[in-house]
Design a protein around this ligand. Structure first.
Ligand code: NAD
Length: 429
C-alpha cells in the first residue's frame, strides 16, 4: 500500500510515525515548505516527546519521505489520509476550508482508484461533502472510496496513543475501504469498530465533549468545596475509585484549553443549534470553563487587593505539560487579564515561547527562579513536573511576598504552608 498523509501537524506527523513504525512506507505532504524542510532534516517543528527520535529513525529506514508537491504526491499514492486543521469559525462552527481545498486537490490530481480517509475532526455529514468535492473537481472520472477514521491521540502522549490506541473507529459505506483499513491497522491489537461515516464523526465529538464535561464538572464542584471546607482532591480520589467513573479528567484546575476541546465542544453545540436540538449541558461546560479561569485568578486578586503595579510570576504557558501547544491555553487568558489590570508579569515555560508586543509589561524568563525574583505572587498554570521539583524554601526567599496560587493543585499544600507560604489551591487545597 502506498500511503500519503496530507497535513504534517500534530496529528499528521504522529500518524506518519505510527504507520512507519508498523512497517508501512509513508509520504507526508504539507503546503508549509518550512515544516517539510525541517522534517526532511529530522527536525520536528513542534514539541512532542519521542517523536523526533522516531522521525530520525524512519528517515534512516527509508519508511518516510516528505514533500510539498501535492499533485505528484496524490498521483503516486492510492491511500490518502487527510489530517489538516479544522479550526473554529467566528460563529463556533468548524472551518472546513482546508479540508475542501485538499479534497479539490485530490479530485483534480486523481489518476486512478484512491481510498481517501479523513482523520480531521469534522461535523457529522462532512465525509459526504468530501466525496462531493472530490467528485466535482475531477478532470476525468475516476473511482474512489471515502472513510472516516477519527483520531483520539492526546498531545503530550501522542506517540504512545497512536501506537497503542484504545480503539480504532472506521466509518465507511465501502467494503473495500473497510478491508483495506482493517489490514492497515491489523497489528494494533485493539478493538476496531466498523460503523457509518456519520456515526464515526459523532463518536469523535461526543468523546471530546464528554471529557470536557468531566473537567467542568469537577471544576464547578471545586468551588463548592472551597465553600464547604472539603478537599476536591479527596473527593475526586473517592469518586475515581468507582470503576464506572475512573480517575482521569477529574483534576480540578484553571480550566481546559488546547486545540481540541474548546473548538470541538463549540462545534457540537453549533451542530445542535442548527438542528434546533438542545445541548444545553455543553453550553454550561463552556461557560464553567471560562469562569473557572477567572475564579482561580480572583483568588490572587483578593490576596493582593488588586493587580495594579504588582509583580506576578506566571508558571506554565501551554494548555498542559509535555507539549508546546498554547492554542486556547487558559494561561494566556490569565496573562491577558493580568496585563489589562496593569500587573508586571514574569512568565516561564520550559518549551513554549511567547511572542507578544514587547512594549507590554511582561517578560519571558529562561528559568523559573528568574520569574519568581521579587514576585508578589506566583500563579501555577501548567502542571510541568519541573515546578513541583523546585526548591520552594529557597524560592520563598527570592520572592517579595510568599503567595502561591496553585491552579493545578500540583504542590503539597501542607508542605508549602509549613514553609511559610500563603498557599491557595483549587477546591479547598
Ligand atoms: N492536535 C490534537 O491533539 C488532535 C487530536 C485529535 C484530532 N485532532 C484533529 O486533527 C486535525 C489536525 O489537527 P492538528 O493539531 O494536527 O493541526 P495542525 O494545525 O497542527 O496541522 C495541520 C497541518 O495541515 C497543513 N495543511 C493545511 N492545508 C493543507 C493542504 N492543502 N495541503 C497540505 N497540508 C495542508 C498545515 O500546514 C498544517 O501543518 C484537526 O481537525 C484536529 O481537530 C487534533
Amino acid at each position: 500500500m502506498r500511503i500519503l498523509v496530507i497535513g504534517t501537524g500534530y496529528v499528521g506527523t504522529t500518524t506518519i510515525m505510527a504507520f512507519a513504525e508498523m512497517g508501512w512506507k509513508i509520504t507526508g505532504l504539507d503546503t508549509d515548505t518550512r515544516k517539510v524542510s525541517m522534517l526532511r532534516k529530522g527536525v520536528l517543528h513542534f514539541y512532542e516527546h519521542g517523536l523526533e527520535d522516531m522521525l530520525v529513525k524512519h528517515l534512516k529506514t527509508g519508511n518516510i519521505t516528505f514533500t510539498s508537491d501535492s499533485e505528484q504526491a496524490i498521483k503516486a499514492h492510492d491511500i490518502i489520509f487527510i489530517c489538516v486543521g479544522t479550526p473554529s469559525n467566528p460563529d463556533g462552527s468548524a472551518d472546513l476550508s482546508y479540508l475542501k481545498k485538499v479534497a479539490n486537490e485530490i479530485g483534480h490530481s486523481m489518476n486512478g482508484y484512491k481510498l481517501v480517509i479523513n482523520k480531521s475532526t469534522v461535523p457529522v455529514g462532512t465525509l459526504e461533502k468530501v466525496a462531493r468535492w472530490i467528485q466535482s473537481s475531477q478532470i476525468e472520472p475516476q473511482t474512489f472510496d471515502v472513510a472516516s477514521n477519527p483520531e483520539f491521540l492526546r498531545e503530550g502522549n501522542a506517540l504512545v496513543d497512536a501506537l497503542h490506541p484504545d480503539r480504532i473507529i472506521i466509518g465507511t459505506q465501502s467494503d473495500k475501504a473497510a478491508i483495506q483499513l482493517r489490514e492497515l491497522y491489523q497489528s494494533m491489537g485493539c478493538p476496531v469498530m466498523l460503523t457509518t461515516p456519520r456515526t464515526a464523526e459523532l463518536i469523535k465529538y461526543a468523546s471530546n465533549a464528554f471529557l470536557a464535561t468531566k473537567i467542568s464538572y469537577i471544576n464547578e464542584l471545586s468551588r463548592l468545596c472551597d465553600q464547604l471546607g472539603v478537599s476536591i482532591i479527596d473527593v475526586a480520589q473517592g469518586m475515581g475509585l468507582d470503576s464506572r467513573i475512573g480517575h482521569s479528567f477529574l483534576q480540578a484546575g484553571i480550566g481546559f484549553g488546547g486545540s481540541c476541546f474548546p473548538k470541538d465542544v463549540t462545534a457540537l453545540i453549533h451542530t445542535a443549534e442548527d438542528l434546533d436540538s438542545d445541548l444545553s449541558i455543553l453550553e454550561k461546560v463552556m461557560s464553567v470553563n471560562q469562569s473557572q479561569t477567572m475564579y482561580v485568578l480572583n483568588k490572587a486578586r483578593k490576596q493582593l487587593s488588586g493587580f495594579r503595579h504588582r509583580r506576578i510570576a506566571l508558571l506554565g504557558l501551554t494548555f498542559k505539560p509535555d507539549t508546546d501547544d498554547m492554542r486556547q491555553s487558559p494561561s494566556l487568558r490569565i496573562l491577558d487579564k493580568l496585563l489589562k489590570e496593569q500587573a508586571y508579569v514574569t512568565v516561564h515555560d520550559p518549551v513554549a515561547k511567547l511572542t507578544l508586543d514587547s512594549r507590554r509589561n511582561w517578560k519571558q524568563c529562561k528559568i523559573p527562579e528568574q520569574a519568581l525574583q521579587r514576585a508578589d505572587a506566583v500563579i501555577l498554570c501548567t502542571a510541568w513536573p519541573l515546578y513541583s521539583e523546585l526548591d520552594w524554601s529557597r524560592m520563598k526567599h527570592i520572592m517579595n511576598k510568599p503567595n502561591i496560587i496553585d491552579g493545578r493543585n500540583m504542590l503539597d499544600a501542607k508542605l508549602m504552608r509549613s514553609l511559610g507560604f500563603h498557599y491557595q489551591g483549587v477546591g479547598y487545597e
